[in-house]
Write a protein that binds this ligand. Structure first.
Ligand code: ATP
Ligand code: MG
Ligand code: MG
Ligand code: MG
Length: 567
């Protein structure tokens, strides 16, 4: 590929609404463009990375005997009524109707659709177990789309579903999926952990989330320092008896500091305010050395309808100033845009990350001050005081060692669902004895688009993205100096480009009439692992300069050795 034929769309400026590095770099490298809130166009550069992720996912799914299929994005509402999720799913489910006034949803996930297929197609145990996957666009009307494709409304998920006669068969498949997920994330080159997760309100017994480790991650995961135990914070919390915790629940209150910046969402302030809300306001003055975080926690909220951003410092409520170091000491965790903050204040507010994402609104006052406002619908302070998360240093629920907390990005999630969907939708088969049996079901997701962003969170430097080889959009970039003026540079460049390409090396030739610095900056920004710089001076000695994007090391390479180097 030549840059002059390519939609190279690099940008210098850091986009205003992008506050994690992967979002900034995806925008700056020209991988994605925002169409509207939570909706992104994938430009050629981004798409080729996404396709590589999908290819790895496909290969590992195929390897364990899961079959690819493709189900519609638009799903009839009656199936969602059958399972009760029409009511349960809430506003994340985008409901639409057609010209005949029949209602549909844009699929946030496909359990209903696959179960409908299987109940119609499969009637005998002889056809089981059955495992099916697809790589498809999902739509979730996230209350707060953010971080680019990390939490978008439209995103690509690999979702797989399996059906079994027995729980033990389901368990076997779950184990296979678990291993396949490890292979996928190993091949992509992510640093990740599989952690125990709650199977939530859909029943089922066993569930794991796969988290890419990153300080910018929205989720907290808890590890034992003495064993293999690892769980997401909700699960760790559910497993650890309150009595075993290090600190009395009165002395330490955990509040997640939300990341806030959308002026637009101030509008939500009005909509969500009602008498039964608890309101929490955080102010962060990031211009102050040591970055003071001011937290203001208020019960009830009648007066708060009046609170405007500018008036914050005057409101008469308990305010606690805590500096970042102190927070760090209390939690042992670092403060990201929405890191955990423990505050010793008269009111205890404690809620999970998912509740936050449901009820966050915020505003950007200027570059120095952020404030966020959360409402916890119908929260009662007494009850909330009861549900305190585990914290750093608590004993591990496994009985060995203490817990430490890290931030993670949920890139995959597997569930043993059991018979929740198959029971509700009458998905049965006849067993050997001719008896009707409800199917056992598993469901397994990977956020393909989110994986791309997570890979960037883990692989970048001040110059841009550093792609792991496995998902790099191109493996080699050729940067010729003065190609348009020097015939020897042009000849060598064309020769190298053609030979590499015909050896199946994915190569990008920067044939623009640009200065070397501009070309290098762009190539480093978009993260191509290997860079060849071709100059007239070096050619006289039969060499080209090679630069490794990851190590920054430069070396002179004989032209005739270049091809073998990349084969
Ligand atoms: P989250 O907790 O981040 O909201 P989830 O638990 O709702 O994710 P699942 O239903 O488990 O998501 O879906 C499977 C995978 O799809 C997730 O592990 C994640 O990688 C991806 N995913 C979910 N929601 C989004 C989103 N809004 N944008 C991008 N990827 C997503
Ligand atoms: Mg979600
Ligand atoms: Mg989740
Ligand atoms: Mg999940």
């Amino acid at each position: 590929m030549r840059t002059t034929n390519y939609l190279l769309a690099t940008q210098k400026a850091i986009p205003k609404d992008a506050d994690i590095i992967s979002h900034q770099l995806m925008q700056r490298a020209g991988m994605i463009r925002k169409l509207s809130s939570g909706l992104y166009t994938w430009l050629p550069l981004g798409l080729s990375v996404l396709r590589k992720v999908e290819k790895i996912v496909r290969e590992e799914m195929d390897n364990i005997g899961t079959m690819e299929t493709l189900m519609p994005l638009v799903q009839p509402s009656n199936l969602w009524e059958e399972t009760g999720r029409w009511d349960k799913f809430g506003p994340e489910l985008l409901r639409i109707s057609d010209r005949h006034n029949r209602s549909f949803v844009l699929g946030p996930t496909h359990e209903e659709i696959i179960t409908d297929l299987v109940r119609n197609e499969i009637s005998s145990y002889k056809r089981l177990p059955l495992s099916i996957y697809q790589i498809q666009t999902k739509f979730r009307d996230e209350i707060r789309p953010r971080f680019g494709v990390m939490r978008s409304r439209e995103f690509v998920m690999k979702d797989a579903y399996s059906f079994h006669l027995s729980k033990s068969s389901l368990r076997d498949n779950y184990e296979k999926m678990y291993q396949a997920y490890c292979k996928i994330f190993d091949r992509i080159g992510l640093r990740y952990r599989a952690v125990l997760a709650d199977s939530g309100n859909i029943g089922g017994s066993n569930s794991h989330e796969f988290h890419a480790l990153a300080d910018s991650g929205e989720d907290l995961i808890a590890f034992s320092n003495k064993s293999e135990f690892a769980a997401n914070i909700e699960k760790a919390d559910a497993l650890l008896p309150k009595t075993k915790r290090k600190m009395a629940s009165e002395s330490l209150k955990m509040v997640y500091l939300p990341e806030v910046n959308d002026v637009d969402e101030l509008a939500m302030e009005k909509k969500l305010s009602s008498s039964s809300f608890v309101k929490v306001i955080f102010v962060k003055a990031s211009n102050v050395v040591g970055s003071n975080i001011v937290a203001l926690v208020i019960r009830g909220d009648h007066q708060l309808n009046e609170v405007k951003a500018e008036k914050l410092p005057e409101v008469e409520f308990p305010i606690h100033y805590v500096d970042e170091k102190e927070i760090f000491e209390l939690t042992g965790a670092s403060i990201g845009a929405h890191g955990p903050v423990n505050l010793n204040i008269p009111y205890i507010v404690d809620y999970s990350a998912s509740v936050i994402s449901d009820f966050v609104a915020g505003a950007n006052l200027d570059n120095n001050y952020y404030f966020g406002i959360n409402w916890v619908r119908d929260a009662k302070i007494d009850r909330i005081a009861d549900i305190r998360n585990v914290a750093e240093g608590d004993p591990s629920p496994c009985g060995q060692g203490k817990l430490s907390l890290k931030r993670g990005i949920e890139i995959g999630h597997i569930f043993e669902l059991g018979d929740y969907y198959s029971k509700a939708m009458n998905a049965n088969v006849l067993d050997k004895t001719g008896k009707n049996r409800t199917l056992e079901m598993g469901s397994y997701g990977i956020g393909c688009t989110r994986v791309v962003a997570a890979a960037i969170e883990q692989n970048h430097d001040e110059f841009g993205i550093i792609w792991p080889e496995s998902i790099a959009p191109f493996n080699v970039a050729i940067i010729p100096i003065n190609m348009h003026k020097s015939s020897s540079v042009q000849r060598a460049t064309e020769m190298l480009y053609n030979t590499l390409a015909s050896n199946n090396v994915e190569v990008l030739l920067d044939d623009r009439k640009e200065r070397l610095g501009v070309m290098i900056n762009d190539i480093e920004l978009i993260g191509i692992p290997h860079i060849l710089i071709i100059s007239e001076r070096n050619l006289k000695e039969g060499i080209v300069e090679y630069k490794n994007r990851l190590t920054g090391n430069k070396e002179k390479m004989q032209i005739e050795n270049v091809i073998s180097h990349f084969n």
